[in-house]
Design a protein around this ligand. Structure first.
Ligand code: KG4
Ligand code: ZN
Length: 362
């Protein structure tokens, strides 16, 4: 039996979790404690790095204690501590990684520094026991990427955003329209009463051969449409939200279908090809339905882990720790690991100009 304590502090969630793996059985999440800082940041319309770091300092001890208590595991029975060491807001990363180092040093346990993106990438193996290779669409407030997941530590980034992350585009659209933070759920809610055909917003990158993303042009189009008809009625806001969401779903469908085709070409023998979706934007029903339809058409299984494991959490970090321990890959990390605010999963892919630099976790 392997039991790993995971710690996650890369953005605005303070989280700790214990995950266990025994023999050939399915892994078990023994505890999964997540404290969201949404209320602390709401007044500012986005995550304020200094406030986030301070809130992590104040909360983390208690969250780790709660995760151990909920799991019914004593620290002495934990096999290793896994902590997010990047990418993310460096203040929060320092708090999480230093706390993890202190706990590991005091308890005489190994420390595994985990890439937050690897946590998202491997979650579908924790929840659905998925076999490699598979395709991952990660759409959150800080990331918009398509990755070919070939093995533990073996990822190819096939697409990224050349400007805003998708969640960021939702959040900025909400802010422009006077909807509260976080924007995504509020845009989706407003869109329900809206007419998606009223505004013909652009479908950025549609038709481009590479599956990369761009959302800043769409954001500008939304701003121009809103400014042109100010003051906005509730119906105007609903129509803009519905038209924005339709443009996003359409653009995503085009980008993802290219990636599905590339996957089939690159891994022709894959028995059960699958697309996994992760990140907060995966909560959006229009987007989910679009992806489900695409997968059905292309003969892919669509895997959407439960939302609390799609958004930031520490179970995915503990699980990544277990995957690394099993592969004998934990030694690469350790106590001298320095937090990395930027840490691409795939060091071979050249960075895109301006890519992801604006997101909270870029
Ligand atoms: O994965 P997550 O919880 O944290 C980050 O890693 O960023 O994702 C948060 C992002 C926010 O930008 C939020 O507006 C967006 O996910 N989001 C949504 C929805 N729920 C959350 N976007 C669109 N529709 C939703 N229902
Ligand atoms: Zn994340």
């Amino acid at each position: 039996m392997i039991r790993v304590l995971g710690i996650e502090t890369s953005c605005d969630e303070t989280a700790a979790s214990v995950v266990a793996l025994e023999g050939g059985a399915a892994p078990k999440i023994l505890s999964n404690v997540v404290l969201s800082q949404i209320e602390e940041h709401a007044a500012f319309g986005g995550v304020v790095p200094e406030i986030a770091a301070r809130a992590h300092v104040e909360a983390l001890d208690g969250i780790v204690e709660a995760a151990l208590a909920d799991s019914g595991t004593a620290l002495a029975d934990i096999d290793a501590i896994a902590a997010t060491a990047g990418p993310g807001l460096v203040g929060g990363l320092i708090v999480g990684l230093m706390t993890a180092k202190a706990i590991a040093a005091a308890a005489g346990k190994p420390l595994i520094a985990i890439n937050h993106l690897e946590g998202h990438a491997l979650t579908a193996r924790l929840t659905d026991g998925l076999e490699f290779p598979y395709l991952l669409l990660l759409v959150s407030g800080g990331h918009t990427q398509i990755l070919a997941v070939r093995g533990v530590g073996d990822y190819q980034r096939w697409a990224t955003t050349i400007d805003d992350a998708l969640g960021e585009a939702f959040d900025k659209t909400a802010k422009m329209l006077g909807l509260p933070y976080p924007g995504g759920p509020n845009v989706e809610k407003a869109a329900q009463a809206g007419d998606a055909a009223r505004f013909a917003f652009p479908r950025p990158m549609k038709g481009s051969a590479q599956p990369d993303f761009s959302f800043s042009g769409l954001k500008t189009a939304v701003r121009q449409a809103a400014t042109a008809i100010e003051p906005l009625s509730d119906q105007d806001v609903a129509d803009i939200c519905a038209s924005f969401q339709a443009a996003v779903a359409d653009a995503l469908a085009d980008r993802v279908s290219r990636a599905l085709a590339r996957f089939s070409q690159t891994f022709p023998g894959t028995k059960n090809p699958a697309l996994v979706v992760a990140g907060g934007v995966a909560a959006n029903r229009t987007i989910k339905a679009t992806l489900e339809r695409l997968c059905a058409e292309a003969g892919f299984t669509f895997v959407a882990p439960p939302l609390k494991l799609c958004t930031d959490n520490a179970a995915m970090i503990a699980w990544a720790g277990i995957e690394r321990l099993r592969q004998g890959m934990a030694q690469e990390n350790g106590f001298d690991f320095v937090p990395r605010s930027r840490w691409p999963l795939d060091s071979i892919s050249a960075p895109m100009v301006g890519s992801g630099r604006r997101g909270a976790k870029a």
